[in-house]
Design a protein around this ligand. Sequence first.
Ligand code: TRP
Length: 473
Amino acid sequence: MTEISSLGGTRAEPVTISAAAPAPHGMWSSRMAFILAATGSAVGLGNVWKFPYITGENGGGAFVLVYLACIAIIGLPIMMAEVMMGRRGRQSPINSMRRLAAEAGRSRRWAAVGWFGITAAFLILSFYSVIGGWAVAYVFQAGQGAFGGASAEAISGLFSGLLADPWTLLAWHGAFMVLTILVVARGVSGGLEKATSFMMPALFVILLILVGYAMTTGRFGDGFSFLFSPDFSKLSVGGVLTALGHAFFTLSLGMGVMMAYGSYVPPGISVAKTAVAVAAMDTAVALLAGLAIFPIVFANGLEASVGPGLVFKTLPLAFGQMPFGTVFGTLFFVLLVFAAWTSSISLLEPLVEWLEEHRGINRIAAAVGGGFAAWLLGVASVLSFNLWADVAPLGMFEAFAGKTIFDLLDYLTANIMLPLGGLAVALFAGWTMTGAATRDELRMGEAGYRVWRFLIRYVSPVAVATVFIYNLL
Ligand code: TRP
């Protein structure tokens, strides 16, 4: 017995939704456009700024290995699931979840996953834009030749000077948010598709040039083995959680961003192959960034574990010494801004999609309102680097001693909310949706499909839950 009658399962009238009808919000123009937009979302500050510094803080090789494993067996299947759910749901994460749950005959409460995701994206956007602002500031520093021949101390001083000044940070944070709002307000259409198609390859080329420079420092081998020879004695349980959380962060998973982007994917495209391409490019960019940065760190006697300032304190040194350093330095920070920008728009998009569809607010107002609210919240992160540097709201707990508001937001979203969101997505795709529905959307060979289903039903949930529980003990 099938129960299609109540779902309007009679042959679709031209007016009802059919596979060929445009989604309510418009669509990517091609498979390539989607790959570039999704890669634009995935490749961002997470790859070039965050991956190197958390690798430095967690001792290198062993951390990288765990991170790669998390990408392959947890991140990739969940990315396939999110994109697939978005495409089948065709709406904002909240309404897509509601629709898919209804299709499977389950509780509409699953929409909570969408809510949770939109909230997490909003929180991330608030501090992501602050860091994006640093990158914008550094475009101007580099362009003025501020790094030319400067010593490591001078370069570090430049960075601490920037962080110490709340008004300047606030202004750059605002400038970055304006950029984000501008794109989102225009819709995720031709302009953005074109921008990403140029920016992503350019970023890749610049990274290769920097890796080439790193090879001339004489410490390339040390940088390489720091990244790739695992020493498990340096890896803590907390480090494993950080690796897992970062796998979600770097692939833009766990909070409906890929679901929102998936909702604009035209029918007939293999979700599985697309996700593999996006994850592969994202991983390549992170590893290249590590290969560019660590040799420079070691060659200049810097500490790999300095934290969030790592790229801002190391790469300018290289630019200050290499031929045409002003040009390459400017180019690099421009590309860092673009990488961050194509990610920040994806952080604002799910909220805007929902405001549009649910509240009937027009896109421009939704983008401006959402972006402004995120900017306001970002003020707390700005102050975390100066006036509130000693404010540790959860300092009474040992685990959070000395963590600023910025640190806490980062921890809460990346290490807690994203894995939980990912867990929910895995459970939903693996256990709630029917095999027929997922097979139909993913469009992969039968063997591949079986592997995916096994990973999503058992491996991902168990791995996420285990890491989580371990971390609580
Ligand atoms: N993936 C981006 C980066 O690595 C950040 C990002 C964009 C993100 N959208 C997201 C992270 C959604 C988590 C969820 O910089």
